[in-house]
Design a protein around this ligand. Structure first.
Ligand code: 4AD
Length: 456
C-alpha cells in the first residue's frame, strides 16, 4: 500500500497555501490543514523527528516531520535553503517548547522543490558568521536571506511607505526628476561624468534644482530618487549611490522649514513604529530605540564651534575649531553622541556651503542652512533656504566659479515670479543606520555601491 503521505495527496483536496505572516489567521488557527511554500532556514534532526524552520519572506514556521516522512532520501539529505512544499496540520506548541510566533505545523506530506547545495558549497560555508567584510559584500545576494539583513530591508520599505504617507498628509506632491543631468548641485569634486551622445553629462547629485522648478505649478513637492556621489574616501556613512528623499517648499521662512522637517521626521517614526512588522524588526535590530522628543535642539554653527572648543575636540589639523572650519565627520559624531539627541545645526558660513544658499539678513557671513544630526550617525539631512534674487544668484555662480550657462532653466525661476523657498535632502541609508543602529550605511541598502565596489 502507498505510504500515508502520498495517500493524503491523492485523496484529499489540497489545503490552502498560506503565507507565513506572523499573527495571521490562516496560519495560526490550530487544527487547520495548511500548505506552506518556502525555504529551510534552520534544520535540526533527531532520531525519528526532523524540525524544519521554514521561511518564505513573510515569516517563519516550525514544521515537524515524523514517522515515515523522516526516512525518505529527501528527508535524510535535506539542506539549509532547500525550497519545499510542506502540508500538515497547525498544532499547539508543546508546553515548555519554543517555536517562532508560537505555532507549529505537523507535516503529513512534503516535497522538495529545489535542493540547496550542501557540504563545502553550503550557504553557511559560503558566508560563515565569522567571514570577513569582503566575503559578506561579495555574497550580499546570500546575506540578504539572513534575518538581520532582511529585517533592515523590511524597515527600509516601511520607512519609504511612511515618508510617502507623511508627505501626503502635509500635501506635498511626488515628482520623478531625471538622473542624467548636465548641472552640478553639491560641487564638482564628487560628480560622476559620462559621455552622453558626445556631450558631457553627469549622474545627478541631488534633484533639488529640478524640484525648485516644480513649485509654481505643483506647489510643495518631494521625490525619492537615487543620488550619485563620486566620494573618494571610504567612510561608514558615504555611498556612491544612495536613496535621496528630497522636498521643496514654496513661500516659507527658515523657521517654517525647520518645523516642517521636524514634523515629517517625527511622523515617519510614529508611522513606522505603528507598523507591527517594522516595529518587530526595529525591536530586533535596535532594542533601545526611542522616538525622539520634540523640539529638536537648535544650535547655530557658531555655537557649535564654541562647544567643540570647550570640549577640546580639535579640527582636522588637530587645532581648536575656529569660525569657518568645516566640522569634520569625527568631530560632528563626537558632538552628536555627547549631546545624544537630534540636533538642527544651522547657519553655516557661506564659504563652506553650496552656491544656492540664501544668506541670513542679520549676519550675511552665514546662510539659512541646516544639517540634522542624529546620535550614532551624525548628519542625516542637509537643507536650506534658496537664493531667490536673480542678481544675487548670478553673483553666487561667479563666486563659486561656475559657468551659469547650463543653469539657464534654474535661473529662469528667478525671472518668472520668484519666491522665498527652501528644502532639504535626507539620506535614506543614514536615516536607517540611525533607526536600526547599524554600523554603516552599507548595511542599509540592497546592494551598496562605494569606491571599489559595483557588484553584485
Ligand atoms: O547635504 P547634501 O549634499 O545636500 C544636498 O544634496 C541638497 N541639495 C539637498 C536638498 O536640499 N534638496 O546631501 C543631503 C543628504 C545628507 O544629509 C546625507 O544624509 C545624504 O544626503 N548624503 C549621502 N548619503 C550617503 N552617501 C553619500 N555619499 C551622501 N552624500 C549625502
Amino acid at each position: 500500500s502507498l505510504p500515508k503521505a502520498v495517500k493524503i495527496k491523492l485523496d484529499e483536496k489540497d489545503p490552502q497555501v498560506v503565507k507565513l505572516r506572523p499573527a495571521s489567521k490562516e496560519s495560526d488557527e490550530k487544527g487547520t490543514r495548511v500548505r506552506v511554500l518556502g525555504r529551510v532556514h534552520r534544520l535540526r534532526s533527531q532520531k525519528d523527528v526532523i524540525f524544519v524552520t521554514l521561511y518564505d519572506g513573510y515569516g517563519f514556521l516550525q514544521c515537524v516531520l515524523t514517522g515515515t516522512l523522516t526516512k525518505t532520501f529527501d528527508a535524510l539529505t535535506l539542506t539549509q535553503e532547500t525550497s519545499m512544499d510542506i502540508r500538515g496540520e497547525m498544532c499547539e506548541v508543546p508546553p515548555k517548547q519554543h517555536a517562532p510566533d508560537n505555532r507549529e505545523l505537523h507535516a503529513d506530506y512534503f516535497e522538495v522543490i529545489g535542493k540547496a547545495a550542501g557540504a563545502e558549497e553550503a550557504i553557511t560555508t559560503r558566508v560563515a558568521p565569522d567571514a570577513d567584510p569582503q566575503t559578506f559584500l561579495d555574497n550580499r545576494h546570500l546575506v540578504i536571506r539572513g534575518e538581520t539583513a532582511s529585517s533592515v530591508l523590511k524597515v527600509r520599505a516601511a520607512v519609504l511607505r511612511a515618508f510617502r504617507q507623511a508627505y501626503v498628509e502635509t500635501r506635498l506632491t511626488e515628482v520623478s526628476p531625471p538622473c542624467m543631468v548636465q548641472t552640478q548641485v553639491e560641487g564638482g569634486a564628487t560628480l560622476f561624468s559620462f559621455d552622453y551622445y558626445g556631450e558631457q553629462a553627469y549622474l545627478t547629485q541631488s534633484s533639488q534644482l529640478y524640484l525648485e522648478t516644480c513649485l509654481p505649478s505643483l506647489g510643495d513637492v518631494f521625490c525619492v530618487a537615487p543620488s550619485f556621489r563620486a566620494e573618494k574616501s571610504l567612510t561608514r556613512r558615504h555611498l556612491s549611490e544612495y536613496t535621496h528623499i528630497e522636498a521643496e517648499l514654496d513661500f516659507i521662512t527658515f523657521d517654517d522649514l525647520l518645523n516642517h522637517l521636524e514634523t515629517v521626521m517625527c511622523r515617519v517614526i510614529d508611522l513606522v513604529l505603528a507598523d507591527p512588522e517594522a516595529a518587530k524588526a526595529i525591536q530586533h535590530l535596535n532594542p533601545d530605540f526611542r522616538a525622539p522628543q520634540r523640539p529638536f535642539l537648535r544650535m547655530r554653527y557658531s555655537d557649535a564651534i564654541d562647544w567643540l572648543r570647550e570640549h577640546d575636540i580639535p579640527n582636522e589639523e588637530g587645532e581648536p575649531h575656529k569660525f569657518g572650519d568645516d566640522i569634520a565627520e569625527a568631530a560632528e559624531r563626537k558632538m552628536t553622541d555627547i549631546i545624544n539627541r537630534p540636533i538642527f545645526l544651522t547657519h553655516f558660513p557661506v564659504e563652506i556651503k553650496a552656491f544656492y544658499m540664501q544668506k541670513e539678513r542679520a549676519d550675511p557671513r552665514v546662510t539659512e542652512s541646516v544639517d540634522c544630526l542624529m546620535p550614532g550617525v551624525g548628519e542625516i539631512v542637509g537643507g536650506s533656504m534658496r537664493i531667490w534674487d536673480y542678481e544675487e544668484l548670478l553673483q553666487a555662480y561667479k563666486r563659486e566659479g561656475i559657468d551659469p550657462a547650463s543653469y539657464y532653466w534654474y535661473i529662469d525661476q528667478r525671472k518668472y515670479g520668484t519666491s522665498p523657498h527652501g528644502g532639504y535632502g535626507l539620506g535614506l541609508e543614514r536615516f536607517l543606520a540611525w533607526l536600526c543602529n547599524r554600523w554603516t550605511v552599507r548595511e542599509c541598502c540592497l546592494y551598496p555601491r562605494f569606491a571599489g565596489r559595483c557588484k553584485p
